[in-house]
Structure formats: structure tokens, C-alpha cells
Design a protein around this ligand. Structure first.
Ligand code: HDE
Length: 703
């Protein structure tokens, strides 16, 4: 497997610009080694970048050292405030390609022509942790898409979960304060497993549907590439006749959905806290461009009126079986940013960025968001000119009279900076081309009120739970138990169980028993009784929707000196055919000498490449090497974890002592597949498409 090598050629870019523009003149000579001379930010050539200016060799340092002063000054100001939520994120460039004209529904330009491509930038994120937190936190993932359309930027600032914790934006600071670290002690970091979060949740019944999602495996995705995205709110599409169609946005990953187990997530966070970043980086750098299909759930007012829940309530979904989403285009990510800070850190998403032809609904969460995102950009980027930063600038022509301010980079020319003006200068508004809000009739008393149609907090939570496979239901129960076990206030645990009783009695019983509650609480008071008639929605299960192929996944191949070269070769060929990847793990990172005398380079040594980093493993040690491996606790963990995490394991006979030492020799099942010769490889790789052997799970008792 090719490691992505560091490119050294880019290092000199900033200095090159100076020379390329020819502004350096004679003084900016070429330094030794034929590289440009280092300069200050003012362009002054630097003679010594290793030592500050001092009197004598041992100091004191001199204030007049302007190079030192500038260098440290700039360093001291390198950070901008991290996002108050979604601080940890990773982005990539790509494009959206429209399938066919959608003029019937929307006049948005990007949907008018088949095959038209619109440049895109996407940033994935976690919500609760700070910028340096680990990727596999149990959390919602942000899925924010910026489309640089010909009618300005359109930001679909969504999540990988189609509902939210709260129904009204005024509660956002509360839920976020509650989930983040507790203010006196500043921990726990990037975790919802603490008193404040569960206290707030247990006092907020509207969160129950979302809680089912965040306690499910959706909150620990295997990769950004294997998750769905949702616009969450109901939006409107507006056509040229000013007719409105309601819409919900869905992004469906081409490679199918996949998550990891909680026990795996915890270990991945230790082994590779950048697991999701590295995954996206590697996929794009190796040309395996991730892809999602944009799908619309489209409906009219009559559907909205007849649907059993309020389509403005962001704690509700419209099940896909009730209203099948329609494919409209595809999103491909094919280029990593050149600079993380300039692009991923400075990108500013705003829900209020919509092109003509897309409009908002009255969802109170969306309305609040439309207010919030502009504020946050000013705070983070420090100037109203944040749209001058290339990642935020529109890629279509734009003309306005806004001027000046901090760091203004695009300054108007000419004498006229207002309109109307007598000189025929500058842009003017256009009722035809411009954004016109849908002329909906609104009336009502001015009040602080929650709509009664938002009052059912449990029915869809139940529907989500019953739509999961048995294994997935176990994971939800285990996650709730784990989280509540970290809550120190007994009454909060009990209050949560009282809500679970309104969702599913067996779930409540299971969690209560696992927590060791002495008595079962009464069900929580519910504004509306839980509906028992909502049918299962198989689309809500990750396992039901499994891709049945190994494409885009990674096999860990454990080799030692003397491993069977033919099997290694056959694995490489079969994986390539599946469009899957692999890493070689060996006792030494230098690699190993295979049975035919050839040398294979390793990507990881056993200590650095635990099996949690792979979707499946092949264990190919030679007989002569097995005694040493058996002595290695990390080798034993490699095998035991792969088995416990229900992964498929290919093995050669020599590995049996390691199975014994790892405690699994007695329980080998059909997911542990003998590779007697290279002929067995095709069948093994074929089986990998099932991704996990879930039937093993009850026996493993990882939960
Ligand atoms: Fe956000 N959210 N949010 N949010 N949100 C931010 O904007 C906010 C909500 C989402 O990769 C902030 O630029 C309010 C729902 C994503 O840069 C801030 C409310 C959904 C991202 C903000 C919500 C989201 C943000 C912080 C309740 C899913 C990361 C930094 C009314 C549909 C975007 C920033 C990126 C970021 C406010 C609720 C998604 C503070 C007030 C619901 C993916 O403006």
C-alpha cells in the first residue's frame, strides 16, 4: 500500500511569490542550495534565523531585533477562536453534478442543466469536542456543504443525523453548555457521558428522538465516507412561477453506511485520534474519491397537512418508506485543501446562504440558525470582510458597494460607492434575477409559545428503536448504560429510565438492570402518549442498509519473515479488484522477507497497527515466527480484538497458537476463514463484503 509521501516542493511557496513577481530586485539573491533568501513579512532579507540578537554570546537579548520580534509576534497570533461548536473538523474540495433539469421545482441555476458541475467544499466535524479532540467521540457529525453556484454560495449546513435535540433555537446555548465540559473543572472533553448533559436531556423530553440516534452506532461512524448527511429542516424549493415545494435534503454515501463498535471507537481514539481525517486524506490522495448522492424528499402543503407530525418540527423525520427520496445529483470530493488553516479552518458556513429558487421554512430552529451563523463568522474571522478570504468568496461574478473594514482585500475602484447614482455606475438590483422570498401569508398573535403540533416526543423515538436490528438495539442499550454509568447523580439516571419507559419497555428494563437501579421509576409524564402504530422503517438501520461489498474498506495483513508470498500476492490482487485497500503489519516496520525471498515493506509494526484500524484482518505469520508473536501482548490483542469486534479473519494454520493465547481457539466460527493456499483468497475477499459477522456478537459479550 503506497504511503502518502510528504511533498517538499511546496515548502518554498510563500517566498517564491515574492521572487516570482520580480519585486525582490537584485537584493533578493538566491541563497546557498539554490533556494530563495528567507525574508521578514516586510520583505527584508534575513541573515540569521537560528539565533536572536544578543550582547555577547550569553545575552542579554536586544529589543531592536525586529526579525525576532516579528516572528514571535506572528506566532503569538496564529490562532483564531475555534468554532464554539463543531470545532473539530476536516474538509475537502469537490463538485456537485446535477443529474437532470429540475425547473419544475426550482429556479436555482445549478439544477437547470443535466451534467452541470458546481464546485463544492465540504467540512465534516464533531460537535462537542475542541479542535484537538479525537475523531471517534460519540457525537453527531457535522456535514456542511458549500456549493459555489453561479447565483452565489449555497451552504447546506447539515448533520449525519436527520433530527436535532431541541425544537427552538433559544435552547441551543443550553444544550451546548450542557454537553461541553463542565465549567468548573473543564472536563470531560468531547464526551456526552457526564452529569450536565444527561441532566439537561432528562429534563428535555423533546430530545428523546435525537437521543436514540446519538446512542446508536450513527454517532460512531467508521469513516466520513460511510455516513449519510441530512439538511434536517424542511426547506422550500421555488420555481420560476413562484410555486413552492417543500424539500428535505439527504446525502447518501455511495459506499454505503458503516459504523464501528463502541469498544473499537475507544481504542481507535488511542491508536489513531485522527482516524477519520487520515481516512479522508488517504482516500482522496490515492484517487479513491468519496461520493454521495443528493436526494430530495419533495412534498406539498397537502402532504404536510396530512403527515402525522409537523414538518416544521426538527425533532421529526419523514420516513423514507412514507416519502421516498428522489436522486438529483452527486457530490464528489476529489481534492484536499492546500492549507488546512486557510481553507478548512477559515471556511464560514451560513444557513442563510441560499440561491434564488431555494427558501426557508418556518422551522424555529432554522430561523434561529439563520441569525446565528453570521455572528459567529465575525467573531471567529474578525472582520466583516470574511467573504474576501478565498475559501469563502463566491466563484461567480459579484458586485456591491460594501467597502473598507479590517483586512479589506477587494477594494472598489472609481469615484462612486453608492446607488442610485447619476453616473450610471455600479450594479443595480434586479427583481427578476434576485432572491425573492416565498410570499407566504403569516399571521398570529405575538407570543412565546411552542406549537401543540410539536408535542409528541416519544413516538418517533420508538419508531427509530424498533427499526434497528437486534444487534443495533443492543448497542443503543449498551451506550445508554455506559453514558448513564458516568453520571454521578442517581436521580438523573432514574429520570432517563423513566423516559425510556415511554420509548420501549424492554430497552428501559435492560438499561435499568444494567445500571443496577434498585427500583423501576414510573414512566415520565408525556404531553402525548407514545404511538404504537408507527411501522418499522428499515431505512433507519445501518446494518439493514449494509453495502454488501468491501469497496473502500481496508484489510490489515499481518506478515512475518517467511509468510506465504503467494497468499499475499493473491490478497493484493483480489483487494484491488474490489477497490479495497490494505496495510501490511509486521513485527518490524522495515518489513519482512516472504517465502519466495521477496521483501515486503510494512506500513505499521504490530505495536502501531492494532486491528481496530482495519475492517478485517488476514493473519499470515510463518510457523517460524509464531512463538515470538505469541509473546507479544499487542499481537494477542490484535487477534482478540478483531474477533471481539466481529471482524472477518483470514488465517494460516501457523497462527493457531496465537488464537489459543488470545483465548479464541475454542470459539472459532465461520467468520474465521482458513487460507490454506492462494486459492482460498477469492472466497475470503468475497465474504469481506458482509463487513462484520454480527451473529458472533452475542457470544463475545463485548457490551
Ligand atoms: Fe449549527 N452552528 N447551530 N447546527 N452547525 C455552527 O457556526 C447553531 C444546528 C452545524 O463545518 C456555528 O461557523 C445554532 C443544527 C454544522 O464550519 C454556529 C443552532 C445543525 C456546523 C452554529 C444550530 C447544525 C455548525 C459554530 C440551533 C444540523 C459546522 C461555528 C438553532 C442541521 C459548520 C459556525 C462548519 C456550526 C449555530 C443547530 C449544523 C454557532 C444557533 C440543527 C455542520 O453559528
Amino acid at each position: 500500500m503506497a504511503k502518502s509521501k510528504r511533498s517538499s516542493s511546496k515548502a518554498a511557496t510563500i517566498h517564491d511569490q515574492k521572487l516570482d513577481r520580480g519585486e525582490g530586485g537584485e537584493l533578493h539573491q538566491i541563497a546557498a542550495g539554490n533556494v530563495p533568501v528567507l525574508t521578514t513579512a516586510q520583505g527584508g532579507p534575513v541573515s540569521d534565523d537560528q539565533n536572536s540578537l544578543k550582547i555577547g554570546p550569553r545575552g542579554p537579548a536586544l529589543l531592536e531585533d525586529f526579525h525576532f520580534r516579528e516572528k514571535i509576534f506572528h506566532f503569538d497570533h496564529e490562532r483564531i477562536p475555534e468554532r464554539v461548536v463543531h470545532a473539530r473538523g476536516y474538509g475537502a474540495h469537490g463538485f456537485f453534478e446535477n443529474y437532470k433539469p429540475l425547473a419544475k421545482y426550482t429556479r436555482a441555476d445549478l439544477f437547470q442543466r443535466a451534467g452541470e458541475r458546481t464546485p463544492a467544499f465540504v467540512r465534516f466535524s464533531t460537535v462537542a469536542g475542541s479542535k484537538g479532540s479525537a475523531d471517534l467521540a460519540r457525537d453527531v457529525r457535522g456535514f456542511a456543504v458549500k456549493l459555489y453556484t453561479q447565483q452565489g454560495n449555497w451552504d447546506i449546513v447539515g448533520n449525519n443525523i436527520p433530527v436535532f435535540f431541541i425544537q427552538d433555537a433559544i435552547k441551543f446555548p443550553d444544550i451546548i453548555h450542557a454537553v461541553k465540559e463542565e465549567p468548573d473543572r473543564a472536563f470531560p472533553q468531547a464526551q456526552s457521558a457526564h452529569d450536565n448533559f444527561w441532566d439537561f436531556i432528562s429534563l428535555t423530553p423533546e430530545s428523546m428522538h435525537m437521543i436514540m440516534w446519538v446512542m446508536s452506532d450513527r454517532a460512531i461512524p467508521r469513516s466520513f465516507r460511510f455516513m449519510e448527511g441530512f439538511g434536517v429542516h424542511t426547506f422550500r424549493l421555488i420555481n420560476a412561477k413562484n410555486e413552492s415545494t417543500f424539500v428535505k435534503f439527504h446525502w447518501k454515501p455511495k459506499l454505503g453506511l458503516q459504523s464501528v463498535l463502541w469498544n473499537e471507537a475507544v481504542k481507535i481514539n488511542g491508536a489513531d485520534p485522527d482516524f477519520h481525517r487520515r481516512d479522508l486524506w488517504t482516500a482522496i490522495q490515492t484517487g479513491n474519491f468519496p461520493e454521495w448522492e443528493l436526494q430530495f424528499q419533495l412534498f406539498d402543503q397537502a402532504f404536510a397537512d396530512s403527515f402525522e407530525f409537523d414538518v416544521l418540527d426538527p425533532t421529526k423525520i419523514i420516513p423514507e418508506e412514507v416519502l421516498p427520496p428522489i436522486p438529483v445529483g452527486r457530490l464528489v470530493l476529489d481534492r484536499m485543501p492546500d492549507n488546512f488553516f486557510a481553507e478548512t479552518e477559515q471556511v464560514a458556513f451560513m444557513t442563510q446562504n441560499v440561491p434564488p429558487g431555494v427558501d426557508f421554512s418556518n422551522d424555529p430552529l432554522l430561523q434561529g440558525r439563520n441569525f446565528s451563523y453570521l455572528d459567529t463568522q465575525l467573531k471567529r474571522l474578525g472582520s466583516p470582510n470574511f467573504t474576501h478570504i478565498p475559501i469563502n468568496a463566491p466563484k461567480c461574478p459579484f458586485h456591491h458597494f460594501q467597502q473598507d473594514g479590517h483586512m479589506a482585500m477587494r477594494n472598489p475602484v472609481g469615484p462612486v460607492n453608492y446607488q442610485p447614482n447619476s453616473f450610471g455606475e455600479g450594479p443595480r438590483e434586479s427583481p427578476e434575477a434576485g432572491f425573492t422570498p416565498f410570499a407566504d401569508l403569516e399571521e398570529g398573535a405575538k407570543r412565546r409559545l411552542r406549537a401543540e403540533s410539536f408535542a409528541d416526543h416519544y413516538s418517533q423515538a420508538r419508531q427509530f428503536f424498533i427499526s434497528q436490528t437486534r444487534g443495533e438495539q443492543h448497542h443503543i442499550a449498551a451506550a445508554l448504560t455506559f453514558e448513564l454509568s458516568k453520571v454521578q447523580t442517581q436521580v438523573i439516571r432514574e429520570r432517563m429510565v423513566s423516559h425510556l419507559l415511554n420509548i420501549d419497555e424492554t430497552l428501559a428494563n435492560r438499561v435499568a438492570a444494567a445500571l443496577g437501579l434498585k427500583a423501576m421509576p414510573k414512566p415520565a409524564d408525556a404531553a402525548m402518549p407514545t404511538r404504537q402504530d408507527l411501522e418499522e422503517s428499515p431505512a433507519l438501520s445501518i446494518v439493514e442498509k449494509g453495502p454488501q461489498r468491501f469497496e473502500g474498506r481496508k484489510l490489515g495483513i499481518l506478515v512475518t519473515d517467511g509468510s506465504d508470498a503467494a497468499i499475499v500476492k493473491a490478497l493484493k490482487t483480489a483487494l484491488k479488484r474490489e477497490k479495497a485497500t490494505f496495510e501490511i503489519i509486521a513485527p518490524k516496520v522495515g518489513g519482512a522477507k516472504l517465502s519466495d525471498g521477496s521483501w515486503i515493506e510494512a506500513d505499521q509494526m504490530v505495536d502501531g497497527g492494532p486491528s481496530v484500524l482495519y475492517d478485517a484482518v488476514a493473519l499470515l505469520p510463518a510457523k517460524t515466527a509464531i512463538d515470538d508473536l505469541v509473546q507479544e501482548s499487542t499481537a494477542r490483542d490484535f487477534v482478540a480484538d478483531a474477533f471481539a469486534h466481529c471482524k472477518f479473519i483470514g488465517y494460516v494454520e501457523a497462527v493457531m497458537p496465537l488464537f489459543e493465547k488470545a483465548g479464541i481457539a475454542e470459539t472459532l466460527d465461520e467468520g474465521v476463514i482458513a487460507l490454506k493456499s492462494s486459492k482460498d483468497v477469492a472466497g475470503f475477499v468475497n465474504t469481506l463484503g458482509k463487513l462484520r459477522l454480527w451473529s458472533r456478537e452475542p457470544g463475545v459479550k463485548m457490551r
